[in-house]
Design a protein around this ligand. Structure first.
Ligand code: ADP
Ligand code: MG
Length: 277
């Protein structure tokens, strides 16, 4: 058995797969650059620990159930000038996670609420926090079923455990009494114990209509907003922008060209119309 084969055997026994996979490259590199013993050992062990870290992050990302993976660098802030970039920078520091405070993105469909929530969840995971993403509708459906089956407390733990819980699309559908009560319980249980990132197309004033009861809406908002940052996005849908580019909708500059023949009327506000999410 050659020394290399013996080494490979030990690496297999110890489960050091990343070092095993790069063994020859590591040895060749060391033969060329002649590092100190300590530097060589460090390089070898870093190879394994980096591989483990990225495996761990991948697993955490999968557990988070993000609808897609996007980050802040992929967000075009110039397209959405109503967003204060300083506020976003502050959020990116993840101080809100350390402080167990909440983030609420409000605005019409397509303005980037989910994208920014996903980016914050991803950044949290990169920093070692657990995160979980779910739509408000799925959340309430799941917990409603658990309630009817007499296992609400146990099921609730799924949504209490992650340090960051993203609740997407609050307000698209109204909640019934049970849904509202369950939502209140969840927000109360996470209060000052974990962050909620929430997105909604409804302003706070309209929340009464989501819960069908202004008293429970107030109680929920009271806890949700006590330690929180609200990002109000007032702008055009990014999805609509893509459709404009594809020529499916008139672009603003096209509309300024006077029509030679009577063209079918296209309202100038068409591009401001809400996108169907
Ligand atoms: P919503 O506000 O409805 O949650 P999303 O965040 O899902 O909207 O955005 C819709 C799509 O447009 C996504 O693919 C998202 O990545 C993209 N998007 C939205 N705003 C921007 C932006 N300012 N820059 C880049 N992509 C954006
Ligand atoms: Mg969305």
């Amino acid at each position: 058995m050659t020394p290399i084969e013996k080494l490979q055997g030990s690496l297999t026994t110890l489960g050091l797969k990343a070092i095993e996979a790069r063994l020859e490259a590591l040895l060749e590199h060391a033969a060329k650059s002649e590092p100190s013993y300590a530097d060589f050992l460090d390089e070898v062990l870093s190879c394994e620990s980096e591989a483990r870290r990225s495996r761990y992050l991948r697993a955490r990302l999968q557990l988070a159930h993000l609808p897609y993976l996007k980050n802040f660098d992929q967000f075009d802030f110039a397209f959405q000038p109503s967003i204060d970039e300083r506020q976003i920078r502050e959020l990116r520091s993840l101080r809100f996670v350390h402080e167990d405070s909440n983030v609420i993105f409000l605005g019409p469909p397509g303005v980037g609420k989910t994208h920014l929530s996903v980016s914050l969840a991803e950044a949290s995971i990169q920093s070692g926090f657990g995160a979980y993403f779910i739509t408000a509708h799925d959340l309430v459906t799941d917990l409603g079923r658990a309630y009817r089956e007499g296992r609400l407390d146990r099921r609730m733990r799924v949504y209490l455990a992650p340090r960051v819980l993203v609740i997407d699309e609050m307000g698209y559908l109204p909640l019934d009494d049970l849904g509202a009560t369950i939502f209140f319980q969840l927000v109360s249980a996470r209060y000052e114990r974990g962050s909620i990132i929430l997105t909604s197309n409804k302003s706070y004033g309209e929340w009464g209509s989501i819960f069908g009861d202004p008293i429970i809406a107030t109680a929920i908002l009271d806890r949700l907003l006590h330690h929180s940052t609200t990002i109000n996005i007032r702008g055009n849908s990014y999805r609509l922008k893509d459709r404009q580019r594809a020529g499916l909708l008139p672009r603003p500059e096209d509309q300024q060209v006077p029509p030679i023949v009577a063209a079918p009327t296209v309202g100038p506000n068409r591009r401001n119309k809400r996108d169907t999410a």
